[in-house]
Design a protein around this ligand. Structure first.
Ligand SMILES: NC(=O)c1ccc[n+]([C@@H]2O[C@H](COP(=O)([O-])OP(=O)(O)OC[C@H]3O[C@@H](n4cnc5c(N)ncnc54)[C@H](O)[C@@H]3O)[C@@H](O)[C@H]2O)c1
Ligand SMILES: O=C(O)[C@H](O)COP(=O)(O)O
Length: 568
């Protein structure tokens, strides 16, 4: 085969035994210099998707930024690929599940560019306030427009931040330095950090929209944050307000943003990211980019010399480590369990992650707030209590809890750090109480309310590879935490099952299984007098997700106290 040129100018053949790394985007040389003594590093800019597919065979590592689409086809063609590194945060351009199924580790740099992204947000904030883009454009065209381009001051104005994570918190600190008042919405923000940064935490987006002069979103793009701000939200803002997006295209609905600008519901926008990049001709994204009330940049949030050095060193260190057989520090998809512990703990890792997800979906959503707080206790019984290393179970709980509100990828390496960042406290108890032999391999998850008002409990166990939930709050049950489920809290009276079956049947929804969980026998006696009849939980496994109409129908069924849709 023809030798390929390496980034340090040397020419080597691909078969000389050294691992090979392909870099199809501009990545800072600082990290690459660490790789070059050990591997063949090929920088090949401007590859088409087909060229990438045909070239990737024979490479052990691939390092990309946001432009390269690492599709299933690319991964399938990369027969020798062991690692895909994202020199940045977002991995939305990488098919992570396909990488996982092929055992390819995906790593990123979660913090290397956050300062750059925060500073870019502030740059857009000031540019929208002072019409910098239009003024610069007009002057370059020979104009001298002063009276048309009078701006506003940002000092003493209100900045609303949605998503007070790494970037959001830095934006908040910088905005305070500009003399702004900062209000933030983030159900999982760390209140201590918010207080220290001088940020008022609000309970909902609706609360802040009418009062903010600027709004900036710093959440990941998830199902729950797609179109977070649409027509209704824009209409509820001040007509003088301006919005900023240095997160991901899609957190503001682009069609709604265009209307809001055209019809004067808001005064302007500073936009760095779009749903398609570069925006396709005539799309809402391209009209926004060209709009006179918009200052637009081509996804430059992370494009500083310093940020590019940071992310390059971050990911190249990990590529080096992985290709030498070590563990990465920021793996997006690495197994959260080490091989030697895998066999014994694997079913429990899945169980505990599902218990975390069930907790977030059942208790948190059903009560409309974070009633259970962030203090958790994991109790291991039976054989599990004797396991010396339960770190994978701890990591699995953090993963299950944060999955519903963050795209942060939790693994055994970063779980403690992420729990700390999110203000989640987890204690682990190895229960060796006598007489527990019958509870071999049982796990109890307890959530303690912050105000001391009580606790919620989920219990589960694994039998071989099968997982079961045996207790949900005050109710005893036996069901597999699998797929889509509806959990109804109801009075345990005759006729309930028929009523619920009718509602689901009328919408053509098949029931896969049904379980009635009754009040824990010990509680039953104590509570029997206090409640109107007995309460029960009805757990229905269904064949597909249902819409709000079905949920509303179930809520209206007689004797139903609460209904929650759970996806596990
Ligand atoms: N434009 C760029 O070049 C650039 C550079 C860096 C990061 N980013 C993007 O910025 C975003 C934020 O990055 P980060 O590092 O701060 O992430 P992060 O995970 O540290 O913070 C995200 C925060 O959003 C919160 N959140 C999630 N859902 C929410 C909701 N519905 N309402 C309110 N808050 C919610 C989470 O609790 C978390 O605190 C990511 O999408 C990232 O890809 C863009
Ligand atoms: O997710 C990120 O890290 C940013 O969006 C930056 O993307 P980039 O590396 O393509 O600049």
């Amino acid at each position: 085969m023809t030798p390929t040129a390496t980034s340090n100018g040397a020419a080597r053949g691909p078969d000389d035994g050294r691992p090979r790394i392909l870099i199809p985007e501009k990545v800072s040389p600082d990290g690459l210099a660490m790789l070059e003594p050990h591997f063949d590093v090929d920088v090949k800019l401007g590859l088409t998707p087909d060229e990438l597919i045909s070239r990737i065979t024979g490479y052990h590592g691939l390092i990309v930024r946001s432009e390269t689409k690492v599709t299933e086809e690319v991964l399938a063609a990369g027969k020798k690929l062991r690692v895909v590194a994202r020199a940045g945060v977002g991995v939305d351009n990488i098919n992570v599940p396909a990488a996982t199924s092929r055992g390819i580790i995906v790593v990123n740099s979660p913090s290397g560019n956050i300062l750059a992204a925060a500073e870019h947000t502030i740059a857009l904030l000031l540019a929208t306030a002072r019409n910098i883009g239009r003024a610069d454009g007009s002057l370059k065209q020979g104009g001298w427009e002063r009276s048309k381009l009078v701006g506003i001051e940002v000092g003493r104005k209100v900045l609303g931040i949605v998503g007070l994570g790494k970037v959001g918190l830095n934006v908040a600190r910088m905005a305070k330095g500009l003399g702004m008042q900062v209000k933030a919405v983030d159900p999982y923000a760390n209140p201590d950090m918010a207080r220290q940064a001088g940020v008022d935490l609000a309970s909902s987006l609706e609360d802040i929209l009418p009062v903010v002069d600027f709004l900036t979103i710093h959440t990941p793009l998830l199902a729950t944050t797609l179109d977070l701000v649409g027509e209704d939200e824009f209409r509820s803002m001040k007509r003088t307000a301006r919005v900023l997006n240095v997160a991901r295209g899609g957190v503001y609905n682009e069609a709604a943003l265009l209307r809001a600008l055209d019809e004067g519901w808001i005064a302007g926008a500073g936009i760095d990211v779009f749903t398609s990049e570069p925006p396709t001709a005539d799309s809402a994204a391209s009209q926004i980019a060209k709009h006179p009330k918009v200052v637009a940049t081509p996804h430059l949030g992370a494009s500083t010399v310093e940020a590019q050095e940071n992310v390059s060193i971050d990911v190249c260190t990990q590529v080096l480590e992985i290709l030498r057989g070590g563990l990465p520090t920021s793996a997006v998809n690495a197994p959260i369990i080490l091989p030697e512990e895998y066999r014994k703990l694997q079913p429990f890792v899945q169980l505990v992650e599902k218990m975390g997800r069930l907790y977030m979906q059942h208790f948190v959503r059903s009560k409309g707030g974070l009633v259970g707080g962030r203090t958790f206790e994991l109790v291991y019984h039976g054989d599990l209590a004797g396991m010396p290393n339960t770190k994978p179970l701890y990591a699995a709980l953090v993963k299950g809890l944060v999955a519903s509100f963050s795209e942060t990828h939790v693994n055994i390496v970063n779980a403690t750090l992420i729990a700390k960042e999110k203000g989640i406290r987890i204690s682990e108890t190895h229960s060796h109480q006598p007489g527990e032999q019958t509870y071999a391999n049982l796990v109890t998850l307890r959530a303690h309310a912050e105000d001391g008002s009580g606790q919620q409990t989920i219990e589960g166990y694994a039998s071989g590879k099968r997982l079961y939930i045996s207790k949900l709050d005050r109710f005893s049950a036996t069901f597999s935490p699998e797929g889509t489920m509806i959990i109804l809290h109801n009075y345990d009276e005759p006729g309930k099952i028929g009523g619920v079956g009718m509602v689901l049947g009328s919408h053509g929804i098949n029931i896969r299984f049904m379980q009635v969980a009754s009040l824990d026998p010990e509680l039953k006696e104590a509570e029997a007098d206090a409640v109107k009849g007995n309460e029960a939980l009805m757990i229905l496994g269904i064949d597909r997700p249902v819409d709000e109409k079905v949920m509303e129908g179930l809520r209206k069924s007689e004797g139903v106290l609460d209904v929650v849709l759970v996806q596990l």
